[in-house]
Design a protein around this ligand. Structure first.
Ligand SMILES: C[S@@+](CC[C@H](N)C(=O)[O-])C[C@H]1O[C@@H](n2cnc3c(N)ncnc32)[C@H](O)[C@@H]1O
Length: 464
């Protein structure tokens, strides 16, 4: 039997009951970017259950293997779900027509569009300003590490079941790329992870909240629409409340600027090596599993209170050393909450006020008012240093990759560059907002202090 390499495409995707893959004539201007998706064939009401994929047609860690011996070896070695599914996909793909999943596998993309497929040089060139670059490098390293581990522990001992020409790093990257961009967690099946053929043709929209799940009444995987659709409209689900960076990392796309309410940017804060209390501060952080450099997610509406705690600790003078432990403990153990920007009494837009859902707690007492100004200045400095990196990239990107001598390379480069420009623009936008809020708060603090000082001097003169 000839083995087909995973990802070799043989035929088009698309079966449909009630839904069909969108076509060019649907007039969806974003359609080309999203690839195939599903379209309503008739009007759909809000609250309707759509799709229905029965459990035997879902791929999980318990699915039956075309090559049963390979499955048994992996189970005996207690291989966890993710690598098990990655190997399962490669194994089934290599069986070609004799795999029960051959139609599904042949419709999968040959190169899933995640950052796994960016070379190190591409990550360095286009994503230097964004912390997502680090996350991508970490992910690629993990995939390589997982493959190396399986090769030395299992594949090398059973070469007849796991031949190198089929089970190699290239095919691993492909199958992990497929998992990152298509695997779903099904809450009603104890959070089990699964590939759901056909349902995984659904594209993501930041404007919907609905997701795939097992429905016990119909005994299948469905999703419940949270808005109506007209016949011919593309139907969407949510891949989760992910930032633009996370969507690029796993799914290879960036939503349009300003359309993702879950968007955030990672801000890197670090202790200064020259800090006289460096080692005591580091010790206080380490006790809580934190390190000298930490990333914190900043959203357009606010940032986690932990970021503020880190800033307080970073600027605390040696005279406060007895409090270092307290600063970290106070915030990191008790309050895992978002500190909303409107807290800072900056001009509060209605949009921001609306963002203060009851799920979010806010705290007013900063507890260390004597160093608040330095802490805010410290965050502002980190914010501005990050903004300048984004601005440098965005400025230089205009003249990048204009070489037309290699059209194939050029297309890829332009595609990746556009994704990076979209990501950097959206991340910088959040930092600009944080910068504005911080500047206003610092100005208010300083003018308040100035007023207090003038009043004090006035009183002094009076009593002289
Ligand atoms: C679960 S699949 C959805 C089906 C996919 N469009 C296809 O053609 O096979 C996820 C992939 O679809 C694409 N995608 C999903 N939602 C998108 C969106 N809103 N914008 C751009 N691409 C999207 C991305 O390439 C992503 O990796």
């Amino acid at each position: 039997m000839r083995r087909r390499l995973p990802g070799e495409r043989v035929g088009a995707a698309g079966v449909a009951v009630g839904l069909r893959p969108p076509a060019a004539e649907d007039g969806d201007p974003e359609g080309r970017r999203r690839g195939a998706g599903l379209v309503a064939l008739k009007n759909v009401r809000k609250g309707e259950k759509l799709l229905f994929v029965p459990p035997p047609l879902v791929i999980t860690a318990d699915s039956e293997w075309g090559c049963a011996e390979a499955g048994e070896v992996l189970k005996k070695n207690s291989v966890p779900d993710w690598p098990l599914l990655a190997i399962y996909l490669i194994s089934e793909a290599s069986l070609m027509g004799s795999s029960r999943w051959s139609n599904y596998i042949s419709a999968l993309p040959r190169q899933p569009y995640s950052l796994l497929y960016w070379t190190r040089a591409e990550l360095d060139r286009y994503l230097e300003a964004s912390q997502i670059r680090e996350r991508a490098i970490e992910r690629i390293t993990n995939v390589i590490g997982t493959y190396d581990d399986l090769r030395s522990r299992i594949f090398s001992k059973h070469p007849e079941l796991f031949p190198e020409e089929v089970f190699n790093l290239e095919t691993f990257k492909w199958s992990f790329g497929i998992l990152f961009s298509r695997l779903v967690r099904l809450p009603s099946m104890d959070g089990r992870v699964a590939l759901v053929p056909w349902a995984d043709m659904l594209n993501h929209s930041c404007e919907v909240e609905t997701f795939l799940d097992y429905d016990s009444s119909s005994r299948g995987i469905v999703f419940t629409t949270d808005r109506p659709y007209q016949a011919g409209e593309q139907v969407f689900i949510s891949y989760g409340r992910k930032s633009n960076g996370e969507l690029l990392l796993s799914y290879g796309f960036v939503p349009k600027e300003g359309t993702n309410p879950s968007d955030s940017v990672e801000l890197l804060l670090s202790l200064k090596k020259s800090d006289k209390s460096y080692s005591q501060k580091l010790e206080a952080l380490r006790k809580h599993g934190l390190s000298a450099s930490q990333c914190f997610p900043v959203q357009i509406t606010g940032w986690p209170v932990e970021l503020m705690a880190y800033a307080y600790l970073a600027v605390s003078p040696p005279s406060m050393s007895s409090q270092f432990e307290k600063v970290v403990k106070f915030y990191f153990e008790k309050y895992n909450v978002i500190l909303l920007f409107y807290h800072y009494k900056a001009s509060i837009s209605l949009q921001l006020a609306a963002a203060a859902s009851n799920k979010t707690t806010t705290r007013k007492d900063m507890r260390f008012p004597e160093i608040e100004e330095q802490a805010l200045q410290y965050i502002l400095d980190s914010c501005e240093s990050s903004i300048s990196k984004y601005s440098k990239f965005l400025q230089e990107s205009g003249s990048m990759d204009l070489d037309v001598t290699s059209p194939k390379q050029l297309n890829r480069r332009l595609f990746l560059k556009q994704l990076a420009v979209d990501l950097c623009t959206s991340e910088r936008r959040i930092l600009f907002r944080a910068q504005y809020i911080l500047r206003r708060r610092l100005r208010d603090l300083r003018s308040g202090e100035l007023r207090a000082l003038t009043l004090f001097n006035g009183l002094r003169k009076l009593f002289k």
